[in-house]
Design a binder for this molecule. Structure first.
Ligand code: FES
Ligand code: FES
Length: 158
């Protein structure tokens, strides 16, 4: 057991002071210490994307990030995307039937949200490339891509 390190971070818009082990992973701190269980623990070695969150707006696999690395930074989890209700992107995941067992969906949504933030009109290939690290064991890739395209179209029509 190492001495805990105190870190400060913005998580979903709230300032946190957290005492973490130097070797603690961000995923376990989010889930077990902060109580945000949207990011899922699956492979824990960067292979599936179920744990995707944003670190300063950039999608990262939280199972590969050490908790001390977020000191002074901003983390957004899937819980931070929805305010009073679901985000437009989350609604389109439902509208397009992209949610099957649901396990991969928080990571898929975070990857898609980051893509749309930098590319408001992604092509099918760009969606595939941006989300290639997010696996869906239910094989819902077509519907997930459709949800991303529908969200992009919806935003462009505003
Ligand atoms: S749990 Fe992090 S990539 Fe699979
Ligand atoms: S919806 Fe089941 S793993 Fe993707």
């Amino acid at each position: 057991m190492h001495d805990a390190i105190r870190i400060s971070a913005d998580i979903n818009g709230t300032a946190y002071l957290l005492d973490v082990e130097p070797t603690a992973g961000l995923l376990e701190v989010l889930r077990d210490q902060v109580g945000l269980t949207g990011a899922k623990s699956c492979c824990t070695e960067g292979e599936c994307g179920a744990c995707t969150v944003h670190l300063d707006g950039v999608p990262v696999m939280s199972c590969l990030v050490l908790a001390p690395e977020i000191d002074g930074h901003a983390v957004t989890t899937v819980e931070g995307l929805s305010g009073a209700g679901l985000s437009d992107l989350q609604e389109e995941f439902l509208n397009q039937g992209a949610v099957q067992c649901g396990f991969c969906i928080p990571g898929q949504v975070m990857a898609a949200d980051a893509l749309l933030a930098t590319n408001p009109d992604p092509s099918q290939q760009e969606i595939r490339n941006a989300m290639s690290g997010n696996l869906c064991r239910c094989g819902g890739y077509q519907r997930i891509a459709a949800a991303v395209r529908a969200t992009a179209a919806r935003r462009r029509s505003l």
